[in-house]
Design a protein around this ligand. Structure first.
Ligand code: FE2
Length: 179
């Protein structure tokens, strides 16, 4: 599995001219995802920490451009990383909005950790999952169809939260204090 180093990630971030606030958001998602992964590793869950780190840092790599183009940034971020020779990182990025392969009973995966961490960070602050979800509904739930899709996403993410924390010795609302 080929993973870009942190230096390479930042080179790409500069090249894609990411907005500073999106870089700050991505760094906080990385902090959350890596912290949770560390604790899961300690609980003997097999995870590739470098994959989590790069996937989290780069999850919004094409988002700045998407404001101009209207592209689906999860999809194009995945394609970009694939074209650069990092398919595994692309796979994580491609699933950061919605998981394509959520298996309720499997061990937590790198893609799930990045997906969940993104739902705990509003701008660059760690917030509750409900707070983040209320923001997403407010900003992206423009039509009844959109709201319906977001609510089913909410259900899935809520389940994912339970699955991840099932292996940890602290509660979701203690996360901000643990970091
Ligand atoms: Fe995103």
């Amino acid at each position: 599995v080929k993973i870009p180093s942190e230096k390479e990630c930042y080179r790409l971030i500069a090249k894609m001219q990411m907005f500073e606030h999106i870089v700050m958001h991505s760094e906080q998602v990385k902090n959350v995802a890596c912290f949770l992964s560390d604790r899961l590793l300690a609980a003997e869950i097999a995870l590739n920490l470098d994959l989590v780190r790069a996937g989290a840092l780069l999850h919004d790599i094409t988002k700045t451009r998407s404001f101009r183009t209207g592209e689906n940034h999860a999809e194009t971020g995945a394609e970009l990383m694939l074209s650069l020779g990092y398919p595994e990182v692309g796979n994580v990025i491609g699933q950061h909005v919605k998981l394509t392969s959520f298996e309720p009973d499997s061990f937590p995966t790198e893609a799930e950790l990045v997906n969940y961490a993104d739902k705990r960070v509003l701008h660059d602050k760690v917030v509750s999952f409900d707070t983040r979800m209320a923001y997403i509904l407010d900003h992206y739930g423009k039509t009844p169809e959109h709201r319906q899709r977001l609510l089913s996403l909410y259900e899935e993410s809520k389940y994912l939260e339970g699955k991840i924390f099932g292996y940890l010795d602290f509660k979701p609302d203690q996360l901000a204090d643990c970091l």
